[in-house]
Each structure stands twice: as structure tokens, then as C-alpha cells.
Design a protein around this ligand. Structure first.
Ligand SMILES: Cc1cc2nc3c(=O)[nH]c(=O)nc-3n(C[C@H](O)[C@H](O)[C@H](O)COP(=O)(O)OP(=O)(O)OC[C@H]3O[C@@H](n4cnc5c(N)ncnc54)[C@H](O)[C@@H]3O)c2cc1C
Length: 487
């Protein structure tokens, strides 16, 4: 086969690892595509000719999965970031959008969009992820309560299926494939291009944090904020257990509303819940925005002495996790194992979850952030492959833990994995209705339970678009079949 790009059999270490740094599966080769036909040809070739082969193909975005999802043991990994063509193409007007290559990083889309005074509507907390990678999951952040996840904000996709066919799909054309691929864990096709919805970009952001010691007051306020029309543009939150000098640490980036009271606040020994919100604005609107914020805050029940504010540019706000990345890289703490858990928890179960997990299982949160925030299901589109709980309001709870490689203590991998097992085993209680986000299971029975009533649709779509189960083997959902359909 002749490629516009190249197939590499050496230097494949990068494709044998991911951000999780726990799974290391060596591929047979890595394709660095320069054209769409590089990708469709290799898939078609494997589909057409490999009657008895078990060769698989994994698209690799930025490799920021945590459990080997973008790896292919003895298969071919396609480095999507190599596919730079076509260049980003912007369409301004009433419903602006940008056409991008699926290997593009969201941070690059942000910078390019801002040149047109525009920006995507829905984000992830960290922008050094690819479009194809987040659209294969959902792409959830503090804007999702209003705009839905990133998979809601895509008008059109170009996809190459597991049969090697290049198909353009949208809500109107090839709808089934469009919905299958969104949140589809890479199972039905490789996304080549995406048309992403844009909106006018603000210039500045008021970024606010405040603490609660009462979980009910915290969740009531979060839920009030996501259901109100006069609210913030971003609503998230996180849990902090037994942290010394918490507010003092915030002072490097935030200003206390009441410095004297803030100084007297003691965080150690307590389990605290931090509301994190943001309001977007342009400099000329500053006074009005301050009044709006005061009105919204006056209806909330946080601990008054813990209100902190900051004013940053829109880019600095969206790219905030990159600042932490740089600091962690300097200390050699970025490329460590990341035994993460991400959960979607229905509103009815969030208090039981909090009592058990924050009250009992988790003794401290110093191994990494624990995010918790609600979203409105009514703002999320039906029909995609993403699985969400069966309630109108559900919470994203993310344990973004880092393990110190050589440690045998509380920050070591063994201890954290034991804690994770306890959390996951609690979450399996059927009445809780909890679903994993960025899911990971070891056998098909567990996947069936994850998809529930949607399993038949998922399996039917797999046999339609990737009948030999060539694609995304790292998800461990389907076993590679030969051309006779035998698993
Ligand atoms: C620091 C950090 C912060 C994060 N924050 C958030 C967050 O706020 N919200 C959130 O929702 N997620 C978040 N994530 C998770 C992230 O969205 C997923 O891990 C995502 O898969 C990473 O994208 P990637 O480009 O690295 O994909 P990869 O890890 O390379 O791939 C993920 C899966 O998608 C498949 N895939 C990749 N590209 C394509 C394509 N073009 N077509 C079809 N399938 C493809 C792969 O085969 C694999 O199965 C975060 C991850 C990290 C490391």
C-alpha cells in the first residue's frame, strides 16, 4: 500500500501508552496519515483481505485516555494529530461554525476561533485533547448544564466506517451513523472531520469560588443555578477533605471578598464543598455584570467568609488546567499513573453517594481533585451512544487521582486502586442508577449492564458499521471477528 503519510514500525512507544500510564499495549505499526484516503485505504484493506487475521485499528487522539482505550495490541494505531488537512474553515453569520480535522486540539480551535470573535459553546476542563477523542465520549464541563456536552454542539461529521467507507453524516443525513459515533467510544467509525457550532466569544471572565460545609446547601445551590435563567455561564464544584490552609492557597489566584474573615477560616479536619462558577463579559459591561453577580450570589447559602473572586481573560479561564499541567511537569508529576474514576450520578442518589463515599470511603482528597456538579438532561440530545442516568438532573463526579510511582503509602497506586474498588463496588448497587463516564469494563456482560436497554441498538450499530470489530479494540467491548463474522 502507498500512503501520502507513512506507516512506522519503529518509534511506537508513544502509541503504547496513555495519560493513565497503567496500560501499555504495543501495536504492530503506527500510521501517520497525511490524507483521508490513507485512513480509509488501510481500514478497507484490512476489512477486505484479512479473512483470518485479527488485526485491529485504534484511532489515537492525544492519548489522554486513562485505561488503554486508544491502544491496539499488535494492531495499527492511527495518529490522528498527523492528519492536518484540510485546514480549519470558518463560516460566520447567524449560525457560525468551524470545520476542523478530528485530530485537532481544542486549544488550537479556541485560538483560531477567537481571531473571528467566535468560540465553541461547550468545553472540557482541559483543552489539550482532540476533537475526535472528546466527541467519542461526550466532552463535559461547567457549560454543559446550558449547552449540553460537546457532542450536542456538532452539526456534521465525516466518518470512515469499519468497512472503509467514507460517509458524511448529520442530524438530517445518515442520522443513525451520526448518533452512533457521538459518544460511540470509537466503535463505529473514525471521525475525520467535525463541524462545530460557535458563538460570539466574550473577552473576560469573573471566576468565583465559595465554600459550603453542608452538602445539602451546596447541592441545592448548584441545582438552583443550573435551572435558573439568570445564572452563571459555568457551574462546577469540588470536594476538599481535611486540607490545611486551603484559603491561603487560593490567594495566589483569587481575592477574598472579606480578607479579615477569610484569614480566620479553618479548613483542616473538615469536609468542604466548593462551588466554582464563572460569568463571561466584555469590559464595557463590567458594572452591570458585577450587579448581576451580586444578585445571584445573594440567593446562595455559602459560608460568607469564604467567597473569593478573580478576573481573568476568557482564554486564561478556559486553558486553566494547562497552568497546573506546567507546574506538575516541572515537578515530574504529570506522567505518573492516573487511576481515575468518572461517574454520572442521578440526583436521587447523590446524597447517599456523598454519605458513603465522602463520609466513609475517602479519607482525604490530596491525591487529586474530586469534581462534583449537576447538569440538566433536558439540554442533552437523545439518541447518541452516550449512556446517562434515567433522571432529569444528574451529577458528574470525577476522582482525578494521581499516584506516586514508588510510593507504598496513601498516595501509592495500590492504595488508590483499593479505594477505587470500594467506590465502584458501592456504585454497583442497582437502586442508585449510577453510570460510568469514560467507562471501562473487563467483559461484555458488564458492558451490557452499562448500556442497559440501549445495548441492542449499540450492538446492532456495531454489526452495521464495523461488523468485523476492527475499530477501537482498547475499549474491550467487542472481540475481533473474521470475515465470516465469527468472534
Ligand atoms: C487532564 C485531563 C482533563 C480532562 N478533562 C475532561 C473534562 O473536563 N471533560 C471531559 O469530558 N473529559 C475530560 N477528559 C477526558 C477526555 O475527554 C478523554 O480522555 C478523551 O478521550 C481524550 O481525548 P484524546 O484526544 O486524548 O483521545 P484518545 O485518548 O486518544 O482516544 C479516546 C478514545 O477515542 C477514540 N478516538 C480518538 N480519536 C478518534 C477519532 N478521530 N474517531 C473515532 N475515535 C477516536 C480512541 O480510539 C479511544 O477509544 C480529560 C482528560 C485529561 C487527561
Amino acid at each position: 500500500m502507498i500512503f501520502d503519510g507513512h506507516l512506522s514500525f519503529n518509534n511506537i512507544e508513544n502509541a503504547s501508552t496513555d495519560f493513565g500510564n497503567r496500560y501499555h499495549l504495543t501495536p504492530f505499526a503506527v500510521l501517520h496519515p497525511k490524507s483521508i484516503s490513507d485512513i480509509s485505504s488501510i481500514i478497507k484493506h484490512i476489512y477486505d483481505s484479512n479473512i483470518t487475521s485479527d488485526l485491529t485499528i485504534a484511532a489515537r487522539g492525544h492519548g489522554h485516555s486513562v485505561e488503554g482505550q486508544s491502544q491496539a495490541h499488535q494492531g495499527v494505531v492511527i495518529s490522528m494529530e498527523s492528519l492536518r488537512a484540510p485546514e480549519m474553515s470558518f463560516h460566520t453569520g447567524l449560525n457560525p461554525f468551524v470545520d476542523v480535522s478530528a485530530g485537532e486540539l481544542w486549544i488550537n480551535i479556541l485560538h483560531e476561533s477567537l481571531r473571528h470573535g467566535l468560540a465553541p459553546k461547550s468545553w472540557t476542563d482541559y483543552l489539550h485533547l482532540t476533537v475526535g477523542g472528546t466527541l467519542s465520549n461526550a466532552g463535559i464541563s461547567g457549560q454543559a448544564f446550558r449547552h449540553g456536552p460537546q457532542i450536542n454542539n456538532v452539526y456534521q461529521l465525516q466518518v470512515v466506517t469499519g468497512r472503509g467507507e467514507v460517509v458524511t453524516c448529520s442530524e438530517e443525513h445518515n442520522t443513525d451513523l451520526f448518533q452512533a459515533v457521538l459518544g460511540g467510544l470509537g466503535q463505529f467509525g473514525i471521525i475525520l472531520q467535525a463541524r462545530i457550532a460557535l458563538e460570539p466569544a466574550p473577552k473576560m471572565v469573573k471566576w468565583i469560588r465559595a465554600l459550603y460545609s453542608d452538602f445539602s446547601l451546596f447541592t441545592n445551590d448548584q441545582e438552583k443555578l443550573i435551572s435558573s435563567t439568570n445564572s452563571f455561564d459555568y457551574v462546577e464544584g469540588f470536594v476538599i477533605i481535611n486540607r490545611t490552609g486551603l484559603l491561603n492557597n487560593w490567594r495566589s489566584s483569587f481575592n477574598p471578598k472579606d480578607p479579615v474573615q477569610a484569614k480566620q477560616f479553618i479548613s483542616e479536619g473538615k469536609t468542604l464543598f466548593c462551588l466554582e462558577v464563572a460569568k463571561y463579559f466584555n469590559p464595557e459591561e463590567s458594572d452591570n455584570i458585577n450587579q448581576d453577580i451580586d444578585t445571584i450570589l445573594s440567593e446562595l447559602n455559602y459560608i460568607e467568609s469564604t467567597l473569593f473572586q478573580s478576573e481573568v481573560s476568557y482564554v486564561d479561564f478556559l486553558d486553566r488546567v494547562h497552568v497546573s499541567e506546567k507546574k506538575l511537569r516541572e515537578k515530574g508529576l504529570w506522567d505518573v499513573p492516573h487511576p481515575w474514576i468518572n461517574l454520572l450520578i442521578p440526583r436521587r442518589s447523590i446524597h447517599e453517594f456523598s454519605r458513603e463515599v465522602f463520609g466513609d470511603i475517602l479519607k482525604d482528597t490530596s491525591n487529586g481533585p474530586v469534581l462534583i456538579y449537576p447538569v440538566n438532561k433536558s439540554r442533552w440530545k437523545n439518541g447518541t451512544s452516550l449512556v446517562t442516568p434515567d433522571e432529569d438532573v444528574f451529577y458528574l463526579v470525577a476522582f482525578l487521582t494521581s499516584a506516586i510511582p514508588s510510593s507504598t503509602g496513601k498516595d501509592g497506586l495500590k492504595h488508590i486502586l483499593t479505594q477505587n474498588e470500594k467506590i465502584l463496588s458501592f456504585c454497583e448497587r442497582p437502586h442508585l442508577g449510577i453510570k460510568q463516564y469514560l467507562p471501562h469494563y473487563s467483559n461484555q456482560e458488564e458492558w451490557k449492564a452499562h448500556f442497559g436497554n440501549n445495548w441492542n441498538i449499540f450492538a446492532r450499530r456495531k454489526s452495521t458499521y464495523d461488523p468485523l470489530a476492527i475499530l477501537a479494540p482498547g475499549q474491550r467491548i467487542f472481540k475481533r471477528a473474521n470475515a465470516f463474522g465469527l468472534a
